[in-house]
Design a protein around this ligand. Structure first.
Ligand code: 4AD
Ligand code: MG
Length: 456
């Protein structure tokens, strides 16, 4: 008896008299003398068809949603649409499923409905495909960086610093709810004796590691308490953050483009059946978009040029465009979807709208920032060359009213052996949206965290 996953059974080269598969019944059809069970075990999008004679013991309990172990013969299927089927000799029900209660009975359910049963979404075609693709994309990212001699590093989740300075941090405390805070030393009784939050980015620590290891990247969870209920924002999301010593802004932009090209090619090669499902049921323009991402061109324009293009577009945007204004999603999407029809990196933003650590340009008003903007997503990557000059960095912190003592170790990196270096953050969920065509971030992460949503 040979245990097989469904993907293996469906790819078999020859029939086999004794195989065993285990999985969940997706659908069941009874006809005269036989039942046809579509069995899926998550190993691929397709189900294997199990043919069971009506008097086979336990068949009655083998209902939609039930978990089965089926042993029998792997044989050429006379039916349409599949090469192989399993003719059951024995059938064991590992876990029953009450038909009056099991929620996944229809062929198609709305995304909203399925969000309410996130714990069962992995048993549907679309979410199974999305989570498989997520896994492939993660693998591809590690493989890309390994190929470029970047080390994978782990940066802390609990932190005392607000990397982005945007004040969107979740606080972490062991003080009981409602404990009277000491107005002078409010965190004296707290676990760390100082304020602690969940990280919004591993960048600052990644910089420290890059200035020793040379090239590093982290791939971890990040947390933001921005109360933006948009299809592109989650309170918990995963970020890929490379950081490289001796990289300037151009090297950094090229790294982001190459990464995106590499991952797209990888999923095109390894996720064909799942991508096919997304094209049919989610986004028919997906193949064309993936081709553009895999082959280019990748455009690059300065922020100033972007503002000119937007100002001359003749569009009336909700948010006005002028030099100094932050680019909004509507602007980003115009550039990527209508003007360039593909990915575009905007660089050299005004310093006022970017974080303190970005390297000042000689024009005194812009910084060496870069955002890679993608069709349908808007900002996918945000990064910069870092300010490596100690006086400039201290001056910038002072301008922003920050106490440089809180950044003593970050400033040390500029005191001892400072070098030009760069890095960026790529939002993993936004990448998966781009690669699948799925329009809502809540549907590309198994258990999404968004405002007022913490059920699972
Ligand atoms: O542009 P951001 O804020 O950059 C940083 O945090 C830098 N410290 C990264 C670095 O240079 N190492 O965020 C980076 C990316 C964004 O481009 C976006 O793709 C994603 O993270 N992102 C989010 N994704 C989902 N939900 C949110 N709330 C997100 N906020 C940012
Ligand atoms: Mg950004």
């Amino acid at each position: 008896m040979r245990n097989m996953r469904v993907a293996e059974a469906l790819a078999a080269r020859e029939a086999a008299s004794q195989v065993r598969v285990r999985g969940w019944v997706r659908t069941r059809r009874d006809s005269k003398g036989f039942s046809f069970l579509e069995l899926n075990d998550g190993s691929c999008l397709s189900n294997v068809q199990v043919l069971a004679e009506e008097n086979l013991p336990n068949l009655q309990e083998a209902q939609t949603g039930a978990a089965l172990e089926v042993a029998g013969e792997l044989a050429a299927s006379p039916g349409k649409g599949q090469q192989w089927e399993i003719r059951a000799k024995t059938l064991r029900v590992l876990g029953e499923s009450d038909q009056a209660l099991y929620p996944l009975q229809k062929k198609r359910h709305s995304d909203e409905f399925l969000r309410g049963i996130a714990h069962l979404r992995a048993r549907t075609n679309k979410y199974g495909a999305a989570f498989r693709l997520r896994s492939e994309a993660a693998f591809a990212i590690h493989s890309f960086f390994r190929g470029r001699a970047f080390y994978c590093v782990q940066t802390p989740v609990l932190t005392g610093a607000d990397c982005e300075g945007a004040g969107e941090m979740f606080r972490v405390t062991t003080l009981p709810p409602g404990a009277a805070a000491d107005p002078v030393r409010p965190f004296a009784e707290d676990f760390f004796g100082r304020e602690c939050s969940l990280t919004v980015s591993g960048q600052l620590e990644a910089e420290a590691l890059a200035l020793g290891l040379g090239r590093v990247y982290s791939f971890g969870p990040t947390f933001r308490a921005e109360n933006s209920n948009t299809p592109r924002h989650a309170a918990e999301f995963w970020m890929i953050e490379p950081e490289a010593a001796f990289f300037d802004l151009e090297d950094n932009i090229a790294l982001g483009e190459d990464l995106l090209r590499f991952v797209t090619r990888h999923v095109l090669e390894h996720c064909a059946p799942d991508l096919d499902l997304f094209e049919r049921f989610v986004d028919e323009s997906l193949p064309e978009r993936l081709r553009t991402l895999a082959e280019g061109p990748y455009q690059r324009i300065s922020y100033g040029e972007a503002v000119d293009i937007l100002a001359k577009s003749g569009r009336s945007f909700e948010f006005p465009v002028f030099f100094g204004a932050d680019l909004q999603t509507e602007h980003e999407r115009f550039l990527a979807e209508e003007y360039f029809c593909g990915p575009v990196t905007v660089f050299n933003y005004p310093k006022e709208i970017k974080a303190f650590y970005m390297r000042a340009n000689d024009d005194a008003r812009t910084v060496a920032a870069m955002d890679l903007i993608a069709p349908r997503i808007g900002e996918l990557i945000g990064g910069s060359q870092r300010e490596e000059r100690l006086p400039r960095l201290e001056q910038r912190l002072a301008e922003l009213g920050q106490d440089s003592r809180n950044y003593w170790w970050y400033l040390d990196l500029r005191r001892f052996g400072s070098v030009p270096h760069s890095g960026f953050g790529l939002g993993f969920e936004r990448l998966i949206m781009l690669l699948t065509g799925i329009g809502n971030i809540r549907d590309v992460i198994p258990f999404p965290r968004t405002p007022n949503n913490l059920e699972f």
